[in-house]
Design a protein around this ligand. Structure first.
Ligand SMILES: CSC[C@H]1O[C@H](OP(=O)(O)O)[C@H](O)[C@@H]1O
Ligand SMILES: Nc1ncnc2[nH]cnc12
Length: 314
């Protein structure tokens, strides 16, 4: 039986979860509302489902590729996704992603918290809110939120108790770099070797522009990667296929759900207390180079949706 949920929700929702390939719902939580939101950048890739944790804390969930996986990585409406989450109050996002491993010791089904990104997308995805005569530059040296990553890491024992390793900067002793490629075709073997020579650890097609847009929206963001394959660099082995990715994800989705539940136990208090999710507050206010008198009203109105009050509408 399909239950019709309310289409409005009156409280601010401080935490957002973005589900990637194989993660289209937050199964362990009971939904209380389903919001269809229209933003100045269009509709998000799915309705936003609001659920409450056992203590009543509301969480927003959005399926990156749509609930039927109808948007390929290039087509994901990332600006609408991030703008919609911001609009309902989200201050921190945990974003799941299926990734290929570029390192022997990161095995399929391991989890990884990346700390750095190499952008190998092709400039064909809208990747900034600042355009059309309003020039803004976001700081992106540290693309992920360190505090958020630290809280997520606290939930590692839940994975470990199921034999799943969580790779973090602390466990590796160095940055974990994620390559974000355009797709939708997977890499050639030569590209896969090249990314290894860059020192990168994992590869996906989804982190850019999502991570950049979250920064522009002043939302703390951390991607949680689930390794599903060894991409195309292992000699004598078949290169990655969708079957391989989906096979591991099916087996692993319970780990993703258990991990999310455990993360929420730690994250809820930190977000409520403001110790996570506020580190970027105010950071975009002085990031615009264009004289405000020269910015069109249409652009100011759009940006008012994202960062209300930053630029005068007078
Ligand atoms: C279906 S394999 C390639 C696809 O899987 C990953 O998606 P997501 O990051 O949303 O979990 C990868 O980025 C590609 O989009
Ligand atoms: N090998 C791979 N390359 C790009 N994205 C992926 N998602 C999962 N595996 C991947």
């Amino acid at each position: 039986m399909t239950v019709t949920l309310p289409s409005t929700f009156d409280e601010p929702v401080l935490l957002g979860v973005i589900g990637g390939t194989g993660l289209y719902h937050l199964e362990s939580l009971t939904p209380v509302a389903r919001l269809t939101i229209s933003t100045p950048w269009g509709h998000p890739s799915s309705p936003i489902t609001i659920s409450r944790t056992k203590t009543g804390f509301p969480i927003a969930f959005l399926a990156r590729h749509g609930v039927h996986h109808q948007f390929n990585p290039t087509e994901v409406p990332s600006r609408a996704n991030i703008a919609a989450l911001k609009y309902i109050g989200v201050r921190a996002i945990i974003a799941f992603s299926a990734v290929g491993s570029l390192r022997e010791h990161i095995r399929p089904r391991d989890f990884v918290l990346p700390t750095q990104i190499i952008d190998r997308t092709k400039g064909i995805r809208p990747s900034t809110f600042f355009e059309n005569g309003m020039v803004g530059h976001v700081a992106f040296g540290d693309p992920f939120d360190e505090k958020l990553a630290a809280v997520i890491s606290k939930a590692a024992p839940v994975l470990e108790s199921n034999g799943v390793k969580l790779h973090t900067k602390t466990t590796e002793g160095k940055d974990l770099t994620l390559v974000c490629m355009e797709g939708p075709a997977f890499s050639t073997r030569a590209e896969s070797h090249m990314y290894r020579s860059f020192g990168a650890s994992v590869i996906n097609m989804s982190c850019i522009p999502e991570a950049k847009l979250a920064k522009e929206a002043e939302i703390s963001y951390q991607m949680i990667c689930m390794s599903t394959d060894y991409d195309a660099w292992r000699e004598g082995e078949e290169a990655v296929t969708v079957e391989t990715v989906v096979g591991h994800l099916k087996a692993n989705s319970q780990n993703a759900h258990n991990f999310t539940e455990a993360i929420l136990d730690y994250l809820e208090e930190e977000i409520k207390a403001g110790t996570v999710g506020r580190s970027l507050e105010g950071s975009m206010k002085y990031s615009v180079s264009t004289a405000s008198s020269q910015i069109s009203r249409a652009m100011l109105e759009k940006m008012h949706y994202l960062l209300p009050g930053y630029w005068s509408l007078e």
